[in-house]
Design a protein around this ligand. Structure first.
Ligand SMILES: [Zn+2]
Length: 141
């Protein structure tokens, strides 16, 4: 009998139900993480604060706390916000050439608001991405 390849599944350490959980497709994990839901089951919250990831999913016990996203969410957020703010500044400057205080009054609050609004969903999507790719904390190190 030919040996079959191992399925792309993982076994949570603590589970409410025995068995294996299939990893969701990458886009599903990203979408669930973006919405702040567990990338694996989509039924429980991924955060228990503004940016603190729960240790494990309350529904499926997926070890979300072992996914260490570190600086990736702020980096992605900076890239996204920068690609919105900088063209806006340049377009306004080319069109109207307003005084500098107008730029400050528009772009500083907009940058802060966009950053604070995007950081959490970007972190959720990053956790979903890393979980899909199997990028978990390595206890052996
Ligand atoms: Zn879950």
């Amino acid at each position: 009998m030919p040996e079959q390849p191992l399925p792309s599944v993982w076994q949570p350490k603590r589970t409410r139900q025995p068995g294996l959980w299939p990893l969701p497709p990458l886009l599903t994990a990203l979408r669930r993480g973006l919405g702040g839901w567990c990338p694996v089951c989509g039924k429980s919250h991924i955060f228990n604060g503004y940016l603190r990831v729960v240790k494990a999913c309350e529904n499926c016990a997926a070890p979300l706390g072992e996914v260490r996203s570190d600086d990736v969410p702020p980096y992605f957020t900076i890239v996204i916000v920068g690609h919105i703010i900088i063209p806006g500044m340049l377009i306004l400057e080319q069109a109207e050439t307003p005084p500098i205080w107008v730029h400050v009054a528009i772009w500083v609050p907009l940058t802060l608001a966009l950053t604070l609004l995007l950081l959490r969903p970007v972190k959720g999507a990053t956790v979903g991405l890393m979980l899909s790719l199997g990028m978990m904390k390595d206890d052996r190190a």
